[in-house]
Design a protein around this ligand. Structure first.
Ligand SMILES: NC(=O)c1ccc[n+]([C@@H]2O[C@H](COP(=O)([O-])OP(=O)(O)OC[C@H]3O[C@@H](n4cnc5c(N)ncnc54)[C@H](O)[C@@H]3O)[C@@H](O)[C@H]2O)c1
Ligand SMILES: N[C@H](CO)Cc1c[nH]c[nH+]1
Ligand SMILES: [Zn+2]
Length: 440
């Protein structure tokens, strides 16, 4: 079912690897043509367009576009106690890790009386996307909200698609998780239309035409399908966005010591997200490759989302890549830049230290990706499609800006006045120098 790519006997360059490695055929650029009219409809027609788009894409007309605060708060009462306990532990761990992420302000005295300070400021208001198409994601509420709260953001709006089986409200556990985190601004809006509403704001409350339904935000974060990714690409510049976090990817670098059942189970765990999800095993062990192939067949047959898993594993985005040794395997995973990379080898931590590109790295046999999805304390909103080569996963930094504050006294300015004038003249901008001279 899963294809093989055999790189044994040769050491492809990075350029060749990028051509040969499997990758989801996800055309975000093409999807922008589908979503551009959706953005325009929401920008110009607000709540009316949101209700129509929900009917068209989610199959339900939501009773409320903005979920009433009492409905959000009331969802906690209906939570299964075990799910509530699990959510509370997740929140505790994610908060502990994200609380430690806040960068320090600093002041540098560059000369006597001359100082430059750097302050980190949270953005004013954020829009947090929580997917809800093929599956629902209360855990993504935690990842988005806790990161924003730990950055110091005070105005948070959560959006998630209306669910047919919840009267057009978002998933009940999503609502309850918002309430547990103290968020009461929640919208039953999904897909590109949610991104548009957050970026441009929207008018048209439940019963008063023209009244503001949603104020625009400064930053939009969160994972989603190709339409969500395309909409985020289109509104970048109107608002800030995080890295593209599209269909899930897992790569595993494993040697002959890895347990084939663990490797196969971990590949399947991420393949169940989406028919476009990518599962890639990189190994020098032909025995492991064969055993994993066999286990993939057995475990896929037995799993609930077998149809999605089967499509994802057979797709051109998934493969078992055979290499000569772990050094060659490291070249492969570094060129691939997976959203999630597991290292299941002897001396796993040492191999992990040599990884240069991955959204998150899971080290050794006891750190599966699904631990990170829910409970590790790390963030599960991670860059996909090779974006890990230049972008980080979601974190406190996603909601912060650095502002430099410059303060010189008279002597400190006088000490460099001639130098400023020299540079201003060299650039043909003498008024810059005159602005300094005018002070003396
Ligand atoms: N990278 C990460 O950090 C991360 C984390 C969690 C989930 N994910 C990924 O997020 C994705 C979630 O996708 P999903 O579909 O389940 O939920 P989603 O909420 O992203 O998408 C559902 C929405 O898509 C829109 N839509 C559906 N078909 C459309 C069409 N033909 N035209 C325009 N809009 C359309 C609808 O408005 C619907 O509300 C999965 O691919 C999953 O792997 C990624
Ligand atoms: N694996 C997903 C990130 O790509 C996150 C997730 C949430 N729930 C389950 N999994
Ligand atoms: Zn997952």
């Amino acid at each position: 079912m899963i294809s093989r790519i055999d790189l044994r006997g040769r050491r492809p360059s990075r350029r060749e690897l990028l051509l040969e490695l499997p990758r989801a055929e996800l055309d975000v650029e093409h999807a922008t043509t589908t979503v551009a009219p959706i953005l325009e409809a929401v920008r110009t027609r607000g709540a009316d367009a949101l209700r129509e788009l929900a009917e068209r894409f989610d199959g339900v007309r939501p009773a409320y576009v903005r979920v009433p605060a009492e409905v959000v708060a009331g969802a906690v009462g209906a939570l299964d106690p075990q799910v509530r306990a699990a959510l509370e532990e997740t929140i505790r761990r994610v908060r502990a890790v994200h609380g430690a992420q806040r960068p320090q302000d600093f002041t540098v005295q560059v000369a006597p009386g001359a100082q430059v300070r750097q302050r980190w400021l949270p953005v004013r208001r954020v829009g947090l996307y929580v997917p809800g198409g093929l599956a629902v994601y209360p855990s993504s509420v935690v990842m988005n909200v806790v990161a924003a709260q730990e950055a110091g953001v005070t105005s948070l709006a959560v959006v998630s698609p209306p669910q047919k089986d919840n009267d057009g409200l978002p998933d009940p556990v999503v609502l309850a998780t918002c309430a547990l985190l103290g968020v009461d601004e929640v919208y039953a809006v999904g897909g590109a239309q949610a991104v548009a509403m957050l970026a441009y704001g929207a008018a048209g409350s439940e019963d008063v035409d023209g009244e503001t339904l949603c104020e625009p935000v400064d930053v939009i974060t969160g994972p989603g399908n190709v339409y969500v990714a395309a909409a985020k690409r289109l509104v970048r510049g109107v608002v800030g966005i995080d890295a593209e976090a599209g269909p899930t990817e897992i790569a595993i670098l494993a040697d002959g010591t890895a347990d084939p059942v663990h490797v196969a189970a971990d590949l399947i765990s991420q393949a169940e997200h989406d028919p476009l999800a990518a599962a890639v095993l990189v190994t020098p062990s032909v025995e492991l490759a064969g055993a994993v192939e066999a286990k993939l067949v057995d475990l896929t047959d037995a799993t609930a989302n077998r149809d999605r898993v089967g499509v994802a594993l057979r797709g051109t985005q998934s493969a078992i890549v055979l290499v000569d040794d772990l050094d060659a395997g490291l070249d492969v995973v570094n060129a691939y830049g997976a959203e999630h990379l597991e290292i299941q080898t002897v001396d796993a931590a040492a191999w992990a230290d040599r990884v240069t590109s991955a959204g998150a790295i899971f080290v050794g046999p006891w750190s599966p990706v699904s631990l990170g999805d829910y409970m590790a304390g790390s963030n599960h909103v991670l860059p996909t499609g090779g974006c890990a080569h230049f972008a980080s996963g979601l974190g406190v930094h996603s909601f912060l800006r650095a502002v430099q504050v410059i303060e010189y006294d008279a002597d400190a300015l006088a000490a460099v006045a001639d130098r400023v004038v020299a540079l201003a003249d060299a650039e043909g901008l003498p008024a810059h120098g005159e602005a300094v001279r005018a002070r003396f």
